[in-house]
Design a protein around this ligand. Structure first.
Ligand SMILES: Nc1ncnc2c1ncn2[C@@H]1O[C@H](COP(=O)(O)OP(=O)(O)OP(=O)(O)O)[C@@H](O)[C@H]1O
Ligand SMILES: [Mg+2]
Length: 297
């Protein structure tokens, strides 16, 4: 597990304001074998795909929540001015002290912007519509692509996983996210033109790794909102033959419980633990955790 630094905040140790305790779920129960494999190297993962509505936010919220409930201190940074990760975790404006915009402008240190969530072990840096000003606000800043990375530095060692939910574009917010990240996780919906968005993203990952962040790599592709149609099967086969083992084994099915949970402001594990979509996210989170086992063990 990551070495803790700083104030020892105890990530997510208190429920967020206004959320009934009955919504606080019990931790995900792992088998002894899985528990013994829970030590990981800390990692920052940008969840990205230029295409809109493919499950970036749903994947960020649910993977982060599952990993937190498996015992990994986890932070989710909402880098989308739509603020869907923020609302998807039930945060109200009154719960928010600082936002992702403050990190980029340097207005506040990250410690002031981090808030606990209802999920034990999961903290959030929220976003509001103000984040849409970032592109303009940063125009005259030197090294504007590096600002999120620098802002995260003080807390990188406090969490096993830091997820960054990015917007559906390849602008300054996504570039900042890719520069701050170690890995990129690409949610992919099995539909026409799905691979186009991925090709664009792979291109920009290469530009960022060549110029700004040589350690950046593609963590993997997670198939989302899967429906067992002939087209989806064909696209799944194409993606798996093209990207091989970097495609996650578990596939997230289209499941209305996932969308319902998001609209209720809770991760799916706090809403319907047994639903097929929730189970797929739990399995994907386990695979992610296994992929990041510490080499020291
Ligand atoms: N597995 C699923 N089953 C059913 N609905 C889903 C599933 N995953 C996501 N959704 C719904 O699909 C919509 C888009 O998902 P989401 O917001 O995660 O995509 P996104 O890539 O973050 O979108 P954007 O590009 O706008 O940020 C949401 O309404 C969400 O609740
Ligand atoms: Mg989103």
């Amino acid at each position: 597990m990551a070495e803790r630094r700083g104030k020892g905040r105890g990530a997510g140790s208190r429920p967020a304001a206004g959320v009934p305790r009955s919504r606080v779920p019990r931790p995900i129960v792992l088998t002894p074998k899985e528990v013994s494999r829970q030590l990981v190297r800390p990692v920052v993962i940008a969840v990205a795909n230029r295409k809109g509505g493919v499950g970036k936010t749903t994947t960020s919220v649910n993977m982060a929540a599952c990993l937190a409930l498996m015992g990994h201190p986890t932070l989710l940074v909402d880098m989308d001015s739509q603020g869907h990760s923020t609302s998807g975790l039930g945060l109200e404006p009154s719960d928010i002290n600082g936002t992702a915009l403050d990190l980029l402008t340097g207005e506040r240190p990250i410690e002031d912007a981090i808030v606990p969530t209802t999920v034990s072990g999961l903290d959030l840096v929220p976003a509001t519509i103000d984040l849409s000003k970032a592109e303009v606000n940063l125009v005259s800043h030197p090294e504007r692509e590096l600002r999120l990375s620098a802002a995260l530095d003080p807390v990188r060692g406090e969490y096993d996983f830091i997820f960054i939910d990015t917007p559906p574009s390849l602008g300054m917010l996504t570039v900042n996210s890719l520069v701050a990240a170690d890995d990129v996780l690409i949610p992919l919906q099995c539909e026409y033109f799905a691979l186009e968005g991925v090709k664009d993203l792979v291109g920009i990952v290469k530009v960022v790794s060549d110029n700004l962040n040589p350690d950046l790599r593609i963590e993997g592709i997670l198939l989302t909102m899967y429906e067992p149609t002939p087209l989806s099967r064909e696209i799944q086969n194409e993606v798996r033959s093209h990207f091989g083992d970097s495609v996650f084994g578990p596939v997230v099915p289209r499941d209305r419980r996932i969308a319902e949970a998001q609209s209720m402001g809770v991760p799916a594990v706090q809403y319907r633990m047994g639903s097929p979509g929730t189970q797929a996210y739990i399995k994907a989170a386990m695979e992610l955790s296994r992929r990041h086992l510490s080499r020291d063990e």
